[in-house]
Design a protein around this ligand. Structure first.
Ligand code: 4AD
Ligand code: MG
Length: 446
């Protein structure tokens, strides 16, 4: 008999059938003559209730000593559960204690703060909340691959080590000794975009999905030093096509999570962010709003709001501005386009006004910017001028320029911050709680 996952037992297990499971005790309640064990294996929100009768040979010696956190294997027969909230429970015929724990096990059945759970990142995935976050990450990842694969996008594996500064913002982690090894300074990538552009100009539709790194010293609830990014790139595509893809993409992934993670989402809805399921359902059904940066600034200037950072044409939008626009003004996701060239990266397509570029940010309630993208500058001369204006060494980007000289074509793409997406769908307030092992300034323990 091989072990089954608790998820499958709870969903498909028939009363009368024999079942074996392995997992960890969420709780152990030792009543008169019977013990009740709630066994979880991370496969779903609920654990399986195990009823341990006194006939078990190790009942007094081992079962009665079981506590929260112990690892067990349980074999027995499924029976209809008289209790509320579960269809079946497991009458144990055999309980093997695989791993015990002391009374210093930190996850006792009470609510722990997320700050505390970050200090025990090796155990926190056994909690309801973090366990659910991991499952939502998993389903969202698969939904992302499905979305692109069904549309013929090729998954391109962008490198983690690079010599290029893809954003031209200088926020890169440099690797000690890399110069001796590679013959030039090498860093952790901030984005796979430049490589994705190579892919788009040979395979028309590609996407990357992997970790990226930013050495910006931002200790906020929305910044990590290491985060995962999804970066589609499409040849023969302009900013409108790019924005349309971003909208379709976000809706598809959120829709899949709502459908496939119903139990976990019900938990987030009840315990983390009231009403989030309804909000997300609404977002999936409603067209996103569009607005140029210039219009957005006008809205902000006329809002009568007392922002911490005053807003005027030319400044980068702060999170408070982004949130006002999406939460208060349009009350739905908003695509802001055509930002001033000075505040955006060197590679964005210059508009004819010579002041703005074909950039877009997708803003969503609670998070602000969740996606950043643009049509790319494919005119070599314009691109070279932009690089000089940004103080970049055009020679270091020779292949990026060369790509435009040989069969260059309009192309566009965007980057989704995967952890911001997970924050958005789960309602989790801090980005450190939606990535298994957060890296932020001063913290790299696990
Ligand atoms: O807007 P960004 O910097 O855009 C790029 O990197 C482009 N190369 C994308 C592209 O066009 N292919 O980053 C994209 C997204 C942001 O919208 C945000 O969601 C997320 O990445 N992001 C971060 N997430 C967590 N921690 C950080 N420090 C982040 N910086 C950006
Ligand atoms: Mg951005």
């Amino acid at each position: 008999m091989t072990s089954e996952r608790v998820h499958d037992v709870l969903r498909n297990g028939e009363p009368g059938s024999s079942v074996e499971i392995r997992g960890w005790l969420r709780t152990a309640r030792h009543a008169k003559g019977l013990s009740f064990l709630d066994v979880s294996d991370g496969s779903c929100m609920n654990g399986l209730q195990v009823v341990a009768p006194p006939e078990l040979p190790n009942f007094e010696r081992e079962v009665r000593a079981l506590t929260t956190g112990c690892a067990v294997r349980v074999g027995g027969e499924l029976v209809e559960s008289p209790g509320k909230g579960q269809r079946v429970e497991l009458r144990a015929a055999e309980i093997e204690v695989i791993g015990t724990t002391g009374d210093d096990y930190p996850l006792q059945k009470k609510r722990h703060s997320f700050e505390f759970l970050r200090t025990i990142a090796h155990l926190r995935p056994r909690t309801n909340t973090i366990g659910a976050v991991w499952r939502v990450r998993n389903v969202a990842s698969r939904a992302i691959h499905d979305f692109f694969q069904q549309r013929g996008f090729l998954w391109l594996h962008a490198p983690i080590l690079t010599a290029a500064d893809a954003e031209g913002a200088g926020e890169m982690f440099e690797l000690a000794d890399s110069e001796a090894f590679f013959g030039r300074p090498t860093r952790l990538t901030v984005s796979g975009q430049l490589e994705a552009e190579i892919g788009a100009l040979s395979h028309t539709h590609v996407y990357t999905f992997g970790p990226t790194f930013r050495a910006e010293n931002s200790n906020t609830s929305r910044h990590l030093s290491e985060f995962w990014m999804v970066e589609p790139e499409m040849a023969f595509c302009d900013l409108d096509g790019d924005a349309a893809l971003a909208e379709e993409f976000l809706k598809a992934v959120i829709g899949t999570v709502l459908e496939e993670c119903a139990d976990d989402m019900a938990f987030f809805n009840e315990r983390i962010e009231k009403g989030i399921v309804e909000t997300l359902e609404h977002i999936v059904e409603t067209p996103f709003e569009r607005m140029s940066y210039t219009e957005a600034v006008a809205v902000l200037e006329q809002s009568g709001q007392d922002f911490e950072y005053p807003v005027r044409w030319g400044v980068d939008l702060q999170s408070e501005h982004e949130r006002y626009l999406t939460e208060e003004h349009v009350k739905r996701p908003l695509v802001v386009t055509d930002y001033p060239a000075e505040i955006k990266a060197f590679y964005m397509y210059a508009n004819a006004d010579d002041k703005t570029v074909r950039a877009m940010d997708v803003l969503v309630p609670r998070i602000g910017e969740i996606i950043g993208g643009s049509q790319r500058e494919h005119r070599v001369d314009v691109l070279e001028r932009r690089m000089v204006a940004h103080g970049l060494d055009a020679e270091a980007y020779w292949w990026y320029l060369d790509l435009r000289r040989h069969g260059g074509a309009p192309h566009a793409g965007f980057g989704l911050g995967f952890e911001r997406l997970i924050q958005f769908v789960t309602g989790m307030a801090n980005i450190r709680d939606v990535i298994p092992f957060p890296r932020v300034p001063g913290s790299v323990e696990f």
